[in-house]
Design a binder for this molecule. Sequence first.
Ligand code: ADP
Length: 156
Amino acid sequence: MNRNALFPGSFDPITKGHESVILRSLDLFDTLTIAIGINAEKKYLFPLELRLNWLKTIFAGIPKIRVTSYEGLTTDFCKKNDIQYILRGLRTSADFEFERSIGQMNKKIYPGIETVFLLALPEFNALSSSIIRDIYRNGGDITPYIPDNMQLPPVK
Ligand code: ADP
């Protein structure tokens, strides 16, 4: 049986922290789907199409990675796509508390799923998409914190 994993997130924008979790997880799974969750109540800075294109370009050379987006429950997406593992990254105890309740609820809703956590590398521990958005909005250089060769739109 294939071990299929999902890395769900907003990736608004993807950071070197996300990239590191993705690359470090690859030996654990046969396939990894990176999927942008669309939450109608959430406002995003970068358009969905751009976030998808970034992911597709960054991971284009890795055959076991697939990139897509989804609406609705993460567990429903997993059921429909034969995914048994949800991958998440942990930076802080706040991440842990947040992830624990989601992970435990997901397991209740869909017992066929296991959540797998990778600890952030220390050098990426302080990286978050929200801080990077702040730097970008205020005209700062975010290229040290995001994967190489990402095309950024001009700041509005
Ligand atoms: P969400 O909107 O679901 O919080 P994010 O795109 O912010 O999605 O993050 C997706 C996953 O990546 C989460 O599990 C988050 O904890 C993890 N993550 C975010 N930043 C880092 C980082 N710097 N190092 C490791 N994991 C991270």
